[in-house]
Structures are given as C-alpha cells and as structure tokens.
Write a protein that binds this ligand. Structure first.
Ligand SMILES: Cc1cc2nc3c(=O)[nH]c(=O)nc-3n(C[C@H](O)[C@H](O)[C@H](O)COP(=O)(O)O)c2cc1C
Length: 248
C-alpha cells in the first residue's frame, strides 16, 4: 500500500511538472515570453499598420486628383521684374495674382474646372526678358535641335493618369523645352490631352510629334486657343473639357 502511495505521488508530481512546462511553452505565465509575444504582435501590428498606412496613403492619393496639367509658358521662364507690366508684351499675363503667359492662363483654367494639379515646365537657363529676343532664342534652339536642361521634375508621376500638355507654338513647333520634358518622362499607358496657344498657327504638326515621342500613350483631341484670346477662353475650355468628359 505504501508502495502504491509513493507511485501515485511520483505520478502526480510528474503530471504537475509537465503541466507547468506546457504553460511556459504557451508563454501565458512567462512575463518575458508574454512581452516578446506582445512585441511580436506590436511589430506585426505596426508592420500591418505600415501596410495600412501605405494603403491609406494610396487611398488619399486616390481621393486626390489623377489629372495633371503640365505646361510651358514664356513668362514663367524669363527673369521678369516682379512689377512687370503685363501690357508690355503679348505674352505676359497676371492671372490669379501670378505672372504667367497665355498658355499658363489656359492651364490655370483647366485646373480650375477639373481640379487638376499644375506643373510648370521650367528651364535652368532663363529666356531673355524681351519677347523679341525670345523669338530669336527660340529659333536658335530649334535650329540646333536643342534640349534645354529642365529645372524641375514631376513628383509622383505615377499618380497621374491624364496629362494635359500645354505649350505655345514656337516657330511652327513646340518650344524645345517641351521636347526635353517629353524626353524625360515616360507617359506610356497614360492619356495626353494637348493644348496650344499661338499667334494663329495652332498646333502645326506638334500632335504627331507628341504621338511619336510618347507612342505608348493615348493622345486625345486637343484645344487650340489664340494667344490674344487666352484670358477670355474659360467657356471654350469648359466646352472642350465637357466634350472629353473632364468637366462636371
Ligand atoms: C519663339 C517664339 C516663336 C513663335 N512662333 C510662332 C509661330 O510660329 N506661330 C504662331 O502662331 N505664333 C508664334 N509665336 C507666338 C506664341 O505662340 C503666342 O504668343 C503664344 O500664345 C505664347 O504663349 P505663352 O505666353 O504661354 O508663351 C511665337 C512666339 C515665340 C516667343
């Protein structure tokens, strides 16, 4: 009987030790294990929070616009005095309190109607501060097939599906800075919506140039505005945007 009691006690003790070991493995009663476990959970949570925050950033971006107006305009590429007289040149406008040019005005109208972001294509080297000298400079650059260095780049180009691309007609072509721009960006899979301002030449053959340079993009119907009527163009701009489904 005594022997049986001893065997029973030994068995009971063994069982109780195995049970304690089991608890430790589960981490339930070991503060260190519990801490590690909660750190792991926190790390997992913070990793998934990072994912979430990545997702929510995307969601924010998705809530933001996927439309961008990228444009070149003379007055934003010349060292003009702050108190420049807008009436001194056919290509200087004060619009929304900012100095811009005809193309810049149309760009602002597009942004106003669609909520698009604006990107002003700017060169490192400024153009002359007189329009006449700029006419010569533009011709020189075109003859040299120049690619003026750009001073700025689009951040987060991936966020944009539609690029409104605006420029003045320079010598029957785009300013060479717009070539620099199109060389730098890859607009494959995106939609390009061109617009031009001019003294009357309109797009010349620039639409096919854009199609060739950005062959992976879809080029939609463009809008041509006379430079002298740029500031009165909001209605035409809105009609055009409506016809393409970007207004309203
Ligand atoms: C270098 C240069 C060349 C130009 N060449 C032409 C041209 O060939 N045909 C035309 O209709 N207008 C021409 N223009 C006029 C501009 O296209 C017009 O003034 C345009 O609205 C200017 O836009 P911006 O003010 O945004 O620069 C030229 C202007 C410059 C400065």
């Amino acid at each position: 009987m005594k022997r049986l009691t001893v065997i029973f006690i030994v068995l009971a003790l063994s069982f109780s030790l195995v049970s304690c070991g089991g608890n430790e493995t589960a981490g339930g009663s070991d503060p260190e294990t519990t801490l590690r476990s909660s750190q792991t959970t926190e790390m997992e949570t913070s990793a998934s929070a990072a994912d979430m925050s990545g997702q929510s950033e995307e969601a924010v971006e998705e809530d933001g616009t996927n439309l961008l107006v990228a444009y070149f305009s003379y007055a934003e590429n010349a060292d003009l005095p702050d108190d420049v007289d807008a009436s001194s040149s056919a290509s200087i406008q004060i619009w929304n309190g900012e100095t811009t040019g005809n193309t810049g005005v149309v760009a602002a109208m597009i942004a106003q109607t669609t909520g698009a972001d604006l990107f002003s294509i700017q060169t490192v080297e400024k153009y002359p501060d007189t329009y006449d000298a700029t006419i010569d400079k533009g011709q020189e650059e075109q003859s040299a097939d120049a690619r003026p260095e750009l001073a700025n780049q689009i951040e987060n180009l991936d966020n944009y599906d539609v690029i409104f691309l605006g420029y003045p007609n320079w010598w029957g072509d785009m300013p060479m800075a717009v070539y620099s721009f199109l060389d730098e960006v890859d607009l494959s899979g995106k939609t390009i919506v061109p617009f031009v301002t001019s003294g009357g030449s309109g797009f010349s053959n620039t639409l096919s140039v854009i199609e060739n340079m950005e062959s992976g993009a879809t080029v939609q119907e463009g809008l041509s505005i006379g430079g002298s009527s740029a500031t009165d163009a909001q209605d035409r701009v809105n009609e055009w945007l409506s016809s393409l489904g970007y207004a309203g």
